[in-house]
Design a protein around this ligand. Structure first.
Ligand SMILES: [Zn+2]
Length: 295
């Protein structure tokens, strides 16, 4: 379909993850010698802002000490991430994915979302879930291994669904979370539960959050969302145009119908007053923009 946004902002990675090198300690050591290194701290990295924002990558001999997480290689060679104090650079400053994820080019957006997600997981999983002993990184940081029983523990990803609910015509339902300021709206979303398909999760979450029954659930795209470890699975779903969204007690403070003209006139989060829709880094923006362009 022409005019649809091509890919969500954080789903543009183009670096080869090069899994073969992870399993070869000699190849990993060799890769490090010619590597560029992305330093990450608390979900941020140093971004140079002179023209288009771009990540500051250090030669490996200038990188700070820290666990070396192998991100893969591109035409310029290997890339690692190290979680450590951020380097200082003139004309550069620390920024996170929410701020700069949509502005970086494809390679940098992919490197930052990979590095942040992997670093989050290492920080949160210092010990073995079987026996409680400490774990340590292995295979270039792609797993953690128990120091007592040798078991391998793989990075955790939590599937979540996010859905634009529409009436098959010119209107859709968006909600406002209680913690958000007046006027800020987004698509409905929630985590997939054990034993549930993504499509079932879409229908259950919409019913739970706004009391509306949906059908014609269609997958659109997915996007990693490492806050701290989600994979957002984006859908559209249709409901009866006579449905009256009624926010259940809990996270949603408000939910209502919007038509395309109202959303086209709205600003994005953090801009102006009145109705605001999500910023371009989110898959919600991708879903809303794609739907607007179909009308
Ligand atoms: Zn163990």
């Amino acid at each position: 379909m022409s005019g649809l946004p091509s890919r969500p902002a954080l789903s543009r990675a183009e670096v080869d993850r090069d899994a073969a090198t992870r399993d070869d300690p000699a190849a990993l050591a060799e890769a490090w010698r010619s590597a560029r290194v992305l330093v990450v701290a608390d979900g941020t990295a140093v971004v140079q802002e002179d023209d288009r924002p771009r990540l500051v990558l250090l030669p490996s001999d200038e990188a700070p000490d820290g666990e070396r997480l192998y991100l893969g290689r591109d035409d310029d060679g290997p890339v690692f991430a190290v979680a450590a104090a951020l380097p200082r650079r003139m004309g550069a400053r620390p920024l996170g994915l929410r701020e700069v994820g949509a502005l970086l080019d494809d390679r940098d957006a992919g490197l930052l979302v990979h590095a942040v997600g992997l670093a989050n997981w290492h920080t949160a999983h210092p010990s073995c879930s079987r026996c409680g002993a400490p774990t340590e990184p292995a295979r270039g940081g792609s797993v953690r291994r128990c120091t007592a029983d040798g078991s391998d523990h793989f990075p955790r990803t939590d599937p979540a669904v996010i859905m634009l609910v529409h009436d098959g015509s010119d209107r859709c339902i968006l909600g406002r979370q209680a913690a958000w300021p007046a006027g800020r709206f987004s698509t409905l979303a929630g985590f997939v539960e054990p034993g549930e398909s993504a499509e079932q999760a879409v229908a259950r979450e919409v019913l739970e959050e706004v009391g509306v029954v949906v059908d014609d659930v269609r997958y659109v795209a997915s996007q990693p969302w490492p806050f701290p470890s989600s994979l957002m699975l984006g859908f559209t779903a249709r409901c009866d145009g006579d449905a009256v969204p009624a926010p259940a007690d809990g996270e949603l403070a408000e939910a209502r119908w919007f038509d395309r003209d109202e959303l086209r006139a709205a600003g994005t989060w953090g801009t102006g007053r009145g109705v605001q829709t999500p910023s371009a880094v989110s898959i919600a923006w991708h879903l809303i923009t794609g739907w607007l362009e179909q009308g």
